[in-house]
Write a protein that binds this ligand. Structure first.
Ligand SMILES: C[S@@+](CC[C@H](N)C(=O)[O-])C[C@H]1O[C@@H](n2cnc3c(N)ncnc32)[C@H](O)[C@@H]1O
Length: 221
């Protein structure tokens, strides 16, 4: 999406009861071209553009038949999958409720729950060829703790992908820059033919998030 033609910046007065950080968040939302575009395009999240941009670069959604969306809420990524691969079966999971999306099976459940992987596999009625993870743990404001918590989710997502994907399948996950990334890369490189990092333009420059894109699953040994 073009960032040109930006409307003039909107400032938000610090209202009673609103903290400085929530004022900054609101200001950023109001001035964010992706938020405006998402409203215009009918996407539930600005995150939808991250997947669209990743797909443009890596052709992730080309020919996919079964897709798992980890951390589905509010549903932007699944909306994108529906649009680009309308015939694909999609199963999503989130701790938070997600408004229904036609053609998508949604579990309101913790992915770290022991029963979650089987529930997803059963609902898909076959092996996925794409596992997406946009999961992020709630931040506590301590950089290293936040990093470790989100990387724990990513690692669980990676193992789920390795244990369920069809040969040649793909795994895409949001990662946070810092400490444990090297271990994840080693694991993925062992099981996928190509492993790349990307920061789609829709990902805010100031955030430490990146996406890891692993393609060409070598199959379960
Ligand atoms: C950035 S949002 C996902 C946005 C989504 N891709 C979209 O386009 O609408 C991250 C989601 O991960 C979910 N999440 C975090 N930990 C989770 C867990 N253990 N199990 C399931 N979902 C989780 C959060 O509840 C949150 O909704």
């Amino acid at each position: 999406m073009s960032r040109s033609g930006r409307d003039s910046e909107r400032r938000v007065k610090t209202a009673k009861g609103r903290t400085a950080s929530s004022t900054r968040w609101l200001e950023r939302q109001l001035n964010d071209p992706y938020v405006k575009q998402a409203k215009a395009d009918g996407y539930r999240s600005r995150a939808a553009y991250k997947l669209l941009e990743l797909d443009e670069k890596f052709a992730l959604l080309k020919g996919v038949q079964r897709v798992v969306d980890l951390g589905i809420a509010p549903g932007g990524w699944s909306q994108v999958v529906r649009k680009i691969a309308p015939r694909a079966a999609i199963v999503g999971i989130d701790l938070l409720p997600t408004e229904p999306i036609e053609g998508v099976t949604i579990f309101e459940m913790d992915f770290m729950d022991d029963a979650a992987p089987q529930a997803l596999e059963d609902a898909l009625e076959g092996t996925p060829d794409l596992v997406l993870s946009d999961m992020a743990a709630n931040t506590v404001g301590h950089k290293q703790t936040d990093h470790l918590r989100t990387m724990g989710l990513v690692e669980a997502g990676a193992w789920f992908a390795i244990e369920t994907l069809a040969p040649n399948g793909s795994f895409v996950a949001k990662v946070l820059a810092g400490g444990t990334d090297a271990e994840l890369l080693t694991l993925l490189k062992k099981h996928f033919r190509t492993v790349k990092h990307a920061k789609p333009p829709a990902s805010r420059k100031g955030s430490s998030e990146w996406y890891v894109v692993a393609q060409g699953f070598k199959g379960r040994s």
